[in-house]
Design a protein around this ligand. Structure first.
Ligand SMILES: [Zn+2]
Length: 186
């Protein structure tokens, strides 16, 4: 999706695929790049992920997309364990292999095609990012209606919004109005 105001926050390496995959739906507008099926197929093709998808495979990927968003957005909250358990349940159906020579984190998908290849590569990337500490920089926008996934490049990892001018400004305005209302009611 072409939403240039949100493009800062692109992630390094394979995390960028995860970031763009989770952001393939714009929750605020409801526009979903993975609907219908042929749009999803071309979305993956454009990113050099040759996948022959049927509707069941796509449905599975959409579940994975939202579980990933939940795992990131619940970090540090009471809902984190439940979200991670849902990702674990998916991971138990998509085994990955240890391949010592293949890179810094030697995990590799066990299948080469279809939905398995995509989900397994995502799982390998998440595992690699958790191990090297990069995963902590993957965040969702603190605006509940937005929940856009971004990579926090800030030195102290303090970024909360996909974009300061849009979601950040809205949040500031809400806080301001709430303070004004609280003041009036006193
Ligand atoms: Zn946002």
């Amino acid at each position: 999706m072409n939403t240039p105001e949100r493009t800062p926050g692109t992630a390094p390496g394979d995390l960028e695929f995860i970031r763009s995959f989770v952001n393939s739906v714009d929750l605020e507008s409801g526009v979903d790049d993975l609907v219908p099926l042929d749009a999803a197929a071309s979305w993956f093709r454009q990113r050099s992920w040759a996948a022959s998808l049927d509707q069941a495979a796509l449905d599975e990927l959409v579940v994975v997309r939202e579980v990933l968003r939940d795992v990131v957005s619940t970090r540090g909250t009471a809902d984190q364990v439940e979200a991670e358990a849902r990702l674990d349940a998916i991971a138990s159906r998509y085994p990955v292999l240890v391949k010592v020579s293949s890179g810094r984190v030697p995990l590799t998908p066990s299948t080469r095609s279809g939905v398995g290849a995509i989900v397994e590569r995502i799982l390998c990337s998440v595992a690699a990012a958790v191990i090297d500490g990069e995963w902590e920089r993957m965040k969702t926008c603190a605006n509940d209606r937005c929940r856009w996934l971004f990579y926090d490049h800030s030195r102290n990892r303090s970024r909360s919004w996909c974009n300061m001018e849009t979601c950040g400004a809205q949040a500031k305005m809400r806080t301001y109005r709430q303070r004004q209302a609280a003041r009036r009611s006193h």
